[in-house]
Ligand binder design. Structure first.
Ligand SMILES: [Zn+2]
Length: 507
């Protein structure tokens, strides 16, 4: 059996979320725990299955993950980096390859390109001849520096992300081809001076779908080993912000570049179509009110406060509105408010109380709203998340219910709402309510669209506002669409030769 080292670092930065992430914001796993943390549904599970088919055994080292949140403290990254590299160093002499599962869009207060740094550090540790495969999220901030560390780079093909296992398997396919000498992978990429909010990234219905269809045609060519588009995490304030296309070909660098350029041109042609227009809260609520009672639930996506995009989840714009203008049929809303959860816990089930809820973490965007209700549920906030797959722990959680049927689910820590497991954990079935607020910027659709009467993305403010030019970006190199009306040179010149197989590169 061929032995391949496995390590994971999974974190997505939102530069507009206040505060700074420290070690407390990460969960850790070591050794065989890496195979358990994703409940057999993540990239590592897919990679493990693919590895078995190729006679490869994965040697798990360390994993750290924090999902999404603010920039990471530099000292924290230094610790994470040491742990990551120490774990790999411990197995270096007994492996022939490396597989890294990364998100791709982690930034610290002094490092904009964590994954570029980490890939080069891994390359330095293993030397030039050991193949290193890396799988990333579709929202990876793919950089020139990443491109020079290894040609074996793959990303999710879907948004919402439903191909985690397949992506891990693709990384192993590249690695196996490289290890066996069957192929000599070369990577070429093209960076595009454009960005767009996550709601415009949908690969199943939106403008990006046509690009993905073409990408899949490309992969059918036996000379093309893999291809990815990286629609960067939009709320990342970094110099190299922009979309990227990556093609990995067998020897034929010029083919890889031509195809990467073709995909880039297709994305650029859709630069306005991918700018998502949300529905005003007035229009959304008017649609709900004019619908028959049986039409439910209306899933109102409050993407600007999306916890899976790094926001804190303390927004109460919709809650405030529904408290003032009640709607029949019951409303489920979620707010991060540690003090509120504690107050409900101390009062106890059945107690009546008044709270000023929300706005405690992100006062730049949100002000508290006053709510009076009855504590109807208390729990520890632990549950099994379907997406991202794994154990979720949002801390002590309460439900405060008003007489008008507004149920505020108050969590201590931010809750990802890409699935509806949190609602079920507190005993509230989203299908039985008129309005379900989901704090997610597009990613919620995989789980919520099948049960919704209608999904409406509402225009609210927040750290993940889809109106990117409204946010205080300072670092991206300009011009950049949609920040600038004219982008004369949309495709960034590749200044340094991208990564080639260390054993040689054909024309
Ligand atoms: Zn993503």
């Amino acid at each position: 059996m061929t032995r391949v080292a496995l390590a994971s670092l999974d974190y997505e930065t939102n530069s507009f979320c206040p505060g700074i992430a420290t070690l407390d914001d990460f969960a850790f796993a070591e050794g065989p725990e890496l195979f358990e943390m994703g409940q057999g549904l993540d990239e590592i599970a897919g990679a493990r299955d693919a590895a078995l088919r190729h006679g490869i055994v994965l040697v798990p080292t360390t994993a750290a993950g924090g999902v999404s949140g603010p920039v990471v403290e530099g000292a924290t990254y230094a610790r994470l980096r040491s742990r990551f590299l120490d774990g790999l160093a411990a197995v270096r002499d007994s492996v022939e390859g490396v597989y890294l599962r990364l998100h791709g869009a982690m930034a610290t207060d002094d490092e904009e390109d964590v994954e570029g740094d980490l890939l080069h550090a891994t390359r330095a540790l293993f030397g030039p001849d050991v193949p290193i495969a890396v799988s990333c999220d579709l929202h990876c901030h793919f950089t020139q520096r990443m491109s020079t560390a290894t040609p074996l780079v793959v990303g999710y093909h879907t948004c919402p992300h439903v191909d985690l296992q397949e992506t891990g398997a693709r990384a192993i396919e590249l690695l196996a081809a490289s290890l066996s000498g069957r192929a000599h992978p070369v990577l070429r990429y093209r960076k595009i001076r454009m960005t767009a909010s996550s709601e415009g990234h949908d690969t199943s219905t939106g403008p990006v779908r046509e690009v993905m269809d073409r990408l899949h045609e490309m992969i059918d060519d036996p000379d093309v080993l893999d291809a990815s588009v990286f629609l960067v995490q939009p709320w990342l304030d970094v110099a190299e912000l922009g979309w990227a296309t990556v093609v990995v070909a067998d020897r034929r660098a010029s083919l890889a570049q031509d195809l990467a350029d073709e995909l880039a041109a297709m994305l650029w042609d859709r630069r306005d179509a991918v700018l998502f227009r949300k529905t005003s809260l007035d229009d959304a609520l008017a649609r709900v009110r004019s619908s028959p009672p049986s039409a439910r639930p209306f899933v109102l996506a409050d993407g600007a406060d999306s916890c899976s995009a790094g926001a804190a989840g303390d927004g109460v714009v919709l809650l405030d509105r529904l408290l003032r203008e009640p709607i029949d049929g019951g409303c489920l809303l979620v707010v991060t408010d540690a003090a509120g959860a504690i107050a409900c816990g101390q009062a106890g089930i059945g107690s009546r109380l008044t709270l000023d809820l929300g706005g405690s973490i992100t006062p730049e965007h949100f002000r508290p709203t006053r709510i009076t209700g009855t504590v109807t549920t208390l729990c520890d906030g632990r549950y099994r998340s379907s997406y991202p797959p794994g154990e979720a722990d949002v801390g002590p959680t309460a439900v405060l219910s008003t007489d008008e049927g507004v149920h505020a689910i108050i969590t201590t820590r931010r809750a990802n709402q890409l699935d509806y497991e949190l609602f079920l954990r507190v005993g509230l079935d989203p299908r039985r309510h008129k309005i379900v607020q989901v704090k997610s910027a597009g990613g919620y659709r995989a789980f919520f669209e099948p049960l919704a009467f209608e999904c409406i993305d509402i225009a609210t403010p927040g750290p993940a506002d889809s109106r990117l030019p409204l946010l205080p970006f300072r670092r991206p190199v300009r011009p950049l669409h949609p920040f600038d009306a004219v982008v004369a040179e949309p495709f960034v010149a590749v200044t340094e030769r991208a990564s080639a197989d260390p054993r040689g590169d054909g024309p």
